[in-house]
Design a protein around this ligand. Sequence first.
Ligand SMILES: [Zn+2]
Length: 57
Amino acid sequence: MFGDKSLKCTVCNKNIEVNESIVVELKLPSQLKMPYGMLDAALRKQADRIICSNCKL
Ligand SMILES: [Zn+2]
């Protein structure tokens, strides 16, 4: 998992594709810990669950 640059669905473990619509569950970080930079990197760090278009139905 470490060093893996792809964003994966928490349910089926499929790689999330560019332009795919996803559902993300996360806790809003405090101002001090607010992530910045690439959204996928921030999501990998912050998101509790990432659900791909197949699994969210
Ligand atoms: Zn999925």
